[in-house]
Design a protein around this ligand. Structure first.
Ligand code: PMP
Length: 292
């Protein structure tokens, strides 16, 4: 974009990135009180923008945060943030916090939500080849504590698992639920393949209902594969024929080693490869066009 400063959306205005400042009394910062989305644009198409905005509004409703914009206005904010920076491929971060309050946590003291949107170039987060992972000793938040279906600003649970992955010298950590079933990665959903059947944890478990996850389930079914949404044990993970993760930042990435167990001889599996190919095709089509 010709060396011009990046612009971001903040509370109704587009401002230079360096000038985008929010208060230290914002409860998004003080308490993680807010919701967000990570979205991608591929070749001028914002992938499943409507679905992301729907999920954002569901997250907000769940925490009783009243949105200051309509869904249509929010979609426009995202489209404009990409357009104003002349981006075709972008990673987009859309955030709504409870806004400025006092030092207490009571949200009634916050009168106006803070809304901001950032769009910048970003390559797939974990690269294209297979990744190595561990399972974390940090358990995923149970649905009756803080449901991971709410995409809130409170990410310490994932961050603590990521720190373990860093110390282990691997790319990603998978979290188990409080019963010991494998639920998701720090910022991605997990799939295992065994004897041609594709399996991922159900939406009612301790997972975020990933938009990439749902897309990959649709693709797999269209290609004629059987997809089941069921709990996954550690044993199933270790002896899977193929394992892969999905997420907006990661896209679709094969997992080739978990806790020292090598998956598929350390190579991308056949079904994973087919799904990735098809995902790479549809990701440029399914969504909202930025430019006419
Ligand atoms: N789980 C978690 C915890 C995440 O943060 C994300 C990223 N939003 C995902 C799963 C994947 O969701 P999506 O495909 O919608 O990016």
């Amino acid at each position: 974009n010709r060396g011009e400063p990046m612009k971001v959306y903040l509370n109704g205005k587009f401002v230079d990135k360096e000038d985008a400042k929010i208060s230290i009394y914002d409860h998004g910062l003080l308490y993680g009180d807010g919701v967000f989305e990570g979205i991608r644009a591929y070749d001028g198409v914002i992938f499943k923008l409507k679905e992301h905005v729907d999920r954002l509004y569901d997250s907000a409703k769940s925490i009783l945060l009243e949105m200051p914009l309509s869904k249509e206005e929010m979609e426009k904010v995202v489209v404009e943030t990409v357009r104003i920076n002349n981006l075709r491929d972008a990673y987009i971060r859309l955030v709504v916090t409870r806004g400025i309050g006092d030092l207490g946590l009571d949200p009634r003291k916050c009168s106006n939500p803070t809304v901001f949107c950032i769009a910048e170039p970003m390559n797939p987060l974990l690269g294209e080849s297979g990744i190595r992972a561990i399972t974390s000793s940090i358990r995923r938040l149970p649905v009756d504590v803080l449901n991971p279906a709410v995409k809130s600003l409170n990410y310490l649970n994932s961050i603590l698992a990521k720190i373990q992955a860093n110390y282990a010298g691997v790319d990603e950590a998978f979290l188990l639920d409080s019963e010991g079933y494998v639920v998701e990665g720090t910022g991605d959903n997990i799939f295992v393949v065994k004897n041609g059947i594709i399996k991922t944890p159900p939406v009612a478990s301790s997972v975020l209902r990933g938009i990439t996850r749902d897309t990959v389930i649709d693709i797999a079914k269209e290609l004629g594969y059987i997809v089941v949404e069921e709990r996954i044990t550690l044993h199933e993970l270790y002896v899977a024929d193929e394992v892969f993760i999905t997420g907006t930042a990661a896209e679709l990435v094969p997992v080739i080693e978990i806790d020292g167990r090598v998956i598929n001889g350390g190579k991308i599996g056949e079904i994973t490869r087919r799904l990735k190919e098809e995902f790479n095709r549809v990701k440029r089509i399914l969504g909202t066009k930025v430019y006419d």
